[in-house]
Design a protein around this ligand. Structure first.
Ligand SMILES: [Fe+2]
Length: 139
């Protein structure tokens, strides 16, 4: 298997991780709509998304670094590092949900921000970054 083929498979894996993030975000949003106290469920989901995203960011950075690309490296690097913003929000949400004295309501705004920006950044990467990487990798 050639280097380019391996890189294309890594790019496809990044896309699958975005789908996995979306599925977990859907589960998190559903859990938040239930009237019962879902604090522990929400905490596990936030931590699960945070863990997935942390590994995903590293994989995106590795793939981007492996592309000695003729494209605007600065813009692509920015797109690849956008996930750091939601990673911080998810860490805060997980911490807020772990506090003994806290309740779900305290974490809702943080979770809402993390959800919105993660969905936005995944869509933006799929529209700009991934096609650019795919193009570079196929050269
Ligand atoms: Fe991503």
């Amino acid at each position: 298997m050639c280097h380019s083929q391996i890189s294309i498979e890594r790019l496809e894996h990044l896309e699958q991780e975005h789908d996995a993030c979306r599925a977990k975000l859907d589960a998190l949003e559903s859990a938040l709509q239930i009237r019962a106290d879902t604090r522990m469920v929400a905490r596990e989901l936030c931590f699960g998304i945070w863990s997935l995203l942390k590994a995903h960011i590293n994989e995106e950075a590795r793939l981007l670094a492996s592309c000695q690309n003729p494209l605007s490296a600065k813009e692509l690097t920015q797109l690849a590092s956008d996930h750091e913003e939601e990673l911080k929000e998810l860490a805060v949400a997980t911490w807020q949900l772990s506090e003994n004295s806290s309740d779900l309501e305290r974490a809702r705004p943080t979770i809402a921000r993390a959800t919105v920006i993660l969905r936005h950044h995944m869509a933006e990467q799929e529209f700009k970054l991934f096609p650019a990487l795919s193009w570079v990798l196929s050269i």
